[in-house]
Design a protein around this ligand. Structure first.
Ligand SMILES: CC(=O)CC(=O)SCCNC(=O)CCNC(=O)[C@H](O)C(C)(C)COP(=O)(O)OP(=O)(O)OC[C@H]1O[C@@H](n2cnc3c(N)ncnc32)[C@H](O)[C@@H]1OP(=O)(O)O
Length: 427
C-alpha cells in the first residue's frame, strides 16, 4: 500500500537578479543559506533525515553533486545519501517527485528535497577553436613551437560560448525559450496587452503578498560574505501597469513579438527546500503537516510549444483523480512567460484540446484568475530554473493553509518539451 506523504515545512531564499556577472552565492551557498534556518526550526535531529535530493541545472565545477556538498555543509551525517537531479526547469519539482516516491514506498521517512540555481554563475565556455588552440599550446615543447602556436591565435577565439544562452535554447529545434512563448502567443491569439496585463498583475500581487507578510517564514533572508543582507525579491516592481509595460520592446522577435523583458520571467539566483515526511515520522516527531502530496505526473510534447507542458502533465492527474479543472481551488502555474501561462489557460478551456487531445471528457475548463498564481510568480520574482518547481509547490502548500482551501496543483513547463505537475491536498 502506498503510504501518505506530507509536506511538513519549507523555505526559500529571496530571488536575486542576475546582473551580467556572478552573484554573491553559488548554488550550494544558496541551498545552505536557505537550509540552515529551515533545519534549525525543526523539532527532529538532522540524523532523522534519510535522504537529500536537490534539483540544479547549472552545476558548477567546484560543487559537483551539489546535493551532497550542501548536505554536508548543512551538518547532515556523512551517512545521509544525497543526489542531484536535472530535468531543466523541472529539476526542483523532480526532487519533490522523487522524495514523494521514496516515502510512499517506505524506503525513507524524512527527505529534504530542494532546488538551487545561480543563473548568474552560468558558465562562459571557450569556443571549440580556442580549446584546440590551448591544447596545441600545451603540447608545444620549445619556445619556437610556442611562438608558432601564438601566431595562430585569432580574435574570435576570445569570444565565449555563453552557457546561459545555450541552456535556454532547445537543442532539437534551436528555438530559444522566448521564441517558443512567441509561438504560443500566435497559436492562442494572446495579445501584447493581455500579456502585459497579466505581468503587471504578477508584480502587484507579489508586492501585496510581501507587504501583507504572507511570505514570512517562507522566504528567509540571506547574508553574503561581505555582510550584505538579501531579504526581498529584488525584481518585483510595485505599481506596474499595462501602460508602463507597453513601452518595452520585444526581446525575442523584433519588431512585432509579444514577449518583452516585462512579461517574461526574470533571470535570477535562488534556492528552495521542502521537508517531506511519512505519517510515522509526523507522529514520531510531532510535526504539523502543511499539505499532503496526492499525486504527481510528467508529460511530453513538441519542444517548440514546450510552454504547454503544464497542460500535458496536469491532464493525467485530472483523469486519474476524476477531477475537473474547476475542482482545483488554487493553481501555481510557473510563469515562464505571460503568453505561455495564458496559452495554458486557453488550452485547458478549449474542448477540442481538453477533450479531443487530453481525454478530459468534459473536465476541462477555465482556470479563473482569482485561483491562479494568487501571489504573483516568476515574472515578478524571477525564475532560477532548477528552483522554481520547488518554490511554487512550497508556496502552494502555504497558501492552501493560509486561505483554508482544499486542493491545489503546482505545475510548470520544462524546456525540451516537458511538463510536471503535483496535486496537493490541505492536511
Ligand atoms: C528552461 C525550461 O526548462 C522551461 C522554462 O521555464 S522557459 C523559461 C526560462 N527562462 C527564460 O527563458 C528567461 C526569460 N527571460 C529572459 O531571457 C530575459 O529576462 C530577457 C531577455 C527577456 C530580458 O533580459 P534583460 O534585458 O536582461 O532584462 P531585465 O534586466 O530584467 O530588464 C531590462 C530592462 O527592461 C525594463 N523592465 C523590465 N521589466 C520591467 C517592468 N516590469 N516594468 C518596467 N520596466 C521593466 C527595465 O528598464 C530593465 O532595466 P533595469 O532593470 O536596469 O531597470
Amino acid at each position: 500500500m502506498p503510504r501518505p506523504v506530507y509536506i511538513v515545512d519549507g523555505a526559500r531564499t529571496p530571488f536575486i537578479k542576475a546582473r551580467g556577472k556572478p552573484g554573491p552565492f553559488t548554488p550550494v551557498d544558496l541551498a545552505v543559506q536557505c537550509g540552515r534556518p529551515l533545519l534549525l526550526r525543526q523539532p527532529f535531529p538532522v540524523k532523522a533525515i534519510d535522504l537529500v535530493i536537490l534539483g540544479c541545472v547549472n552545476v558548477i565545477a567546484d560543487e559537483m553533486n551539489p546535493a551532497r556538498v550542501a548536505g554536508l555543509r548543512l551538518g547532515l551525517s556523512d551517512e545521509t545519501p544525497a543526489f542531484t537531479v536535472q530535468i531543466n526547469c523541472g529539476s526542483g519539482m523532480q526532487s519533490l517527485d522523487t522524495a514523494f516516491r521514496y516515502i510512499e514506498r517506505g524506503t525513507a521517512d524524512i527527505v529534504m528535497a530542494g532546488g538551487a540555481e545561480a543563473l548568474s554563475h552560468s558558465p562562459l565556455v571557450l569556443q571549440r577553436g580556442a580549446v584546440d588552440w590551448f591544447a596545441e599550446l600545451n603540447r608545444a615543447r620549445s619556445p619556437g613551437e610556442r611562438l608558432k602556436v601564438f601566431s595562430k591565435l585569432k580574435l574570435n577565439h576570445l569570444k565565449p560560448y555563453v552557457g546561459l544562452e545555450r541552456g535556454l535554447t532547445d537543442p532539437i529545434t534551436e528555438l530559444n525559450m522566448g521564441q517558443t512563448a512567441e509561438i504560443l502567443a500566435h497559436l492562442f491569439g494572446i495579445s501584447r496587452r493581455e500579456a502585459d496585463a497579466y505581468a503587471a498583475e504578477s508584480h502587484n500581487r507579489l508586492d501585496h503578498a510581501t507587504r501583507e507578510g504572507w511570505l514570512k517564514g517562507e522566504m528567509l533572508p540571506m547574508v553574503a560574505r561581505d555582510g550584505q543582507v538579501f531579504d526581498h525579491d529584488d525584481g518585483v516592481r510595485p505599481g506596474s501597469t499595462v501602460k508602463s509595460l507597453s513601452k518595452l520592446k520585444p526581446a525575442f522577435e523584433r519588431p512585432y513579438g509579444k514577449v518583452t523583458p516585462g512579461n517574461a520571467s526574470q533571470i535570477t539566483d535562488g534556492a528552495s527546500w521542502l521537508i517531506l515526511a511519512s505519517e510515522e515520522a509526523v507522529s514520531q516527531h510531532g510535526l504539523t503537516p502543511l499539505a499532503r502530496i496526492v499525486d504527481s505526473d510528467w508529460g511530453g510534447l513538441d519542444p517548440s510549444i514546450m510552454g504547454l507542458g503544464p497542460v500535458t502533465s496536469v491532464a493525467p492527474i485530472l483523469r486519474r483523480q476524476e477531477m475537473a479543472v474547476a475542482d482545483v481551488d488554487l493553481w501555481e502555474l510557473n510563469e515562464a512567460f505571460a503568453t505561455q501561462v495564458l496559452s495554458c489557460v486557453a488550452a485547458l478551456d478549449q474542448p477540442d484540446i481538453a477533450d479531443g487531445v487530453l481525454g478530459l471528457d468534459g473536465r476541462g475548463g477555465r482556470i479563473e484568475r482569482d485561483k491562479l498564481n494568487v501571489d504573483g510568480g516568476a515574472i515578478a520574482c524571477g525564475h532560477p530554473v532548477g528552483t522554481s518547481g520547488n518554490r511554487i509547490t512550497l508556496h502552494l502548500a502555504n497558501t492552501l493553509k493560509r486561505l483554508g482551501k482544499k486542493r491545489g496543483i503546482a505545475t510548470q513547463c520544462i524546456g525540451g518539451g516537458l511538463g510536471g505537475a503535483m496535486l496537493l491536498e490541505a492536511a
